[in-house]
Ligand binder design. Structure first.
Ligand code: ADP
Length: 183
């Protein structure tokens, strides 16, 4: 399986994010936080009901109208190898004129911030919004890599960020278009 390091803290690889051994994996959730298809469904299936229970609690107590796009919340990882899941809602691609890049940037930024605030050191991301939400994978790679680079530059608490691309084509596109600026 191909993989590549950028600096000492960023790893890009192919794989299934539910299998990652990190402090937190990030879920490309929808605002309901009630599960769904794609990576969301895979995470809830692999992690079991404890994740959904905490999501319901978050809806009741913090976000009765759903999690806004670009925001992030944290739950247990349930049965996953990862101790936590960070749920974030990516933007639906509407052609690029509806603030999609800034909203996608916030997903990465707020997820990393939440991880750091919780004392977590390693985190894995999927390519948020590039499935059902339709964000062009080349543009998403640029936004994701820039956001992570900016965060790591000003925060040394996160020790490793892993991008887990689902399949070799997604991996190749990401590698070709990412713009990491990390040491
Ligand atoms: P969104 O609604 O944010 O587009 P999706 O789950 O539809 O979320 O897709 C986001 C990305 O996650 C897509 O590139 C998809 O191929 C990828 N993906 C789906 N399942 C997994 C998985 N098990 N591990 C990693 N990435 C996955």
């Amino acid at each position: 399986m191909p993989e590549r390091w950028f600096g000492t803290r960023v790893l890009v690889k192919t794989g299934d994010i539910t299998q990652e051994e990190v402090d937190a994996i990030v879920n490309a959730a929808n605002p309901s936080l009630m599960g769904g298809g794609g990576v969301d469904g895979a995470i809830h299936r692999a992690g079991g009901p404890a994740i959904l229970e905490e999501c319901k609690q978050i809806r009741r107590t913090q976000y009765p109208n759903g999690l806004p796009t670009g925001e992030a919340v944290i739950t247990t990882g349930g049965n996953l190898k990862a101790k936590h899941v960070i749920h974030t809602v990516g933007p639906v691609w509407k052609g690029g004129t509806q603030n999609e890049p800034e909203l996608l940037r916030r997903c990465y930024w707020n997820s990393l911030k939440l991880a750091a605030e919780n004392g977590l050191k390693t985190i894995a991301f999927p390519a948020i919004s590039t499935g059902v939400y339709g964000y062009p994978p080349d543009q998403a790679a640029q936004v994701a890599s820039r956001a992570v680079s900016e965060f790591l530059k000003q925060d040394d608490r996160i020790e490793r960020v892993v991008f887990v691309l689902f399949g070799e084509e997604a991996y190749r596109t990401f590698i070709e278009h990412c713009e990491f600026d990390v040491t």
